[in-house]
Design a protein around this ligand. Sequence first.
Ligand code: GLA
Length: 383
Amino acid sequence: MKKEWNLHFRQSFGTDAEVFVKAPGRINVIGEHTDYNYGFVLPAAIDRYMVFALSENKDSNHTIVAYDVAESLSFNPDIATVSASKTWMRYVQSVFVQLNLRGHQSKPVNCIFGGTIPQGGGMSSSAAMCGGLIFSLSEMNDWHLTRKQIALIAQAAEHGIGIKCGIMDQYATLFGKKDEVMLLDCRNLETAHFPMNLGQYSMFLINSMQTHEFATESEYNNRRASCESVVAIIQNKYPDIKSLRDVTMLMLTEHQSQIDETSYQRAFYVIEENERVFRLVAALKENRLEELGVILREAHAGMKNLYEITTPEIDFLVDYINNYPGNLGARMMGGGFGGCTINFVTQEIIDQCCSDVLAAYENKFGRKGEIYRLTFQDGVNVF
Ligand code: GLA
């Protein structure tokens, strides 16, 4: 991989790269939209990467090349605002803006990046891009930023361009461990890694190839706002409550008359989803795999009926797997409005099941989905 990326770098800049970094995407087993409510999530880093090759540059500007789309961007290291209009360029600029704000001004760099995380697939290509870029710059400039610092700056970079995301994706890309899932407490940022023993079952993703970048951004932020509005109401009576993570079902029902119907449903979903993380972790550790399937189905129903973030395409894919003989369970994964589903079926039927679901999906929606069978990997690193 190093040889290949050095070649790409040489083709763009005419010299060898000095630093090579790869940043993984992630899956999430359970805990959707719980992270910005300071609750719990269960993601893992995967064998799909955003790759960076870079070196110091002798001009006065940074030049960043996006290999996959053959586009490049140059800007002054003093950058203080995001001005580009293309999404990848906005992410890149936002990273440099956030670093500058914290007093980490990079020497001018040449950088090329690209990779194998499908964009808009809900596998955190943006967190891998921001986290990987900051890690690369820290290496280049000898800043010795910690992984936690990098995750928080990467999150700030997303906030800087208007996506009020939680911290799950950044933590998954930075703190992933080979062959393990990671239970993350999104409040104190403590992690606990453990292997996910699936016995006779295997996991795979189905990408609906449906992306709603702009819808997702406003819908995402407005769900976060709903959650925060419920917390504000409950805080009047219970001032110690800091986020939905602290709210019990009893407290929520007690305030039902003061909360609008939509926000009530959303808060209901988040409180249940946070509990599902613990139920699923216990089921995994005690090897009660059937229970895992039950929880995934409940989680999907919550995202569909209460949080209202699924689409007909996604519901079709999930229902198809949940009715397939030999399935354990499936649900939508990630922020919503398209992207991937996460599925667990017995190893014996997986090949047949994958080809059947793709055929049925194309037949129904005229769109080709994609299947990903993934392994769990370590977080961002040099290579
Ligand atoms: C996106 C966000 C995360 C998280 C998920 C939903 O991936 O970036 O912070 O909120 O959606 O669980």
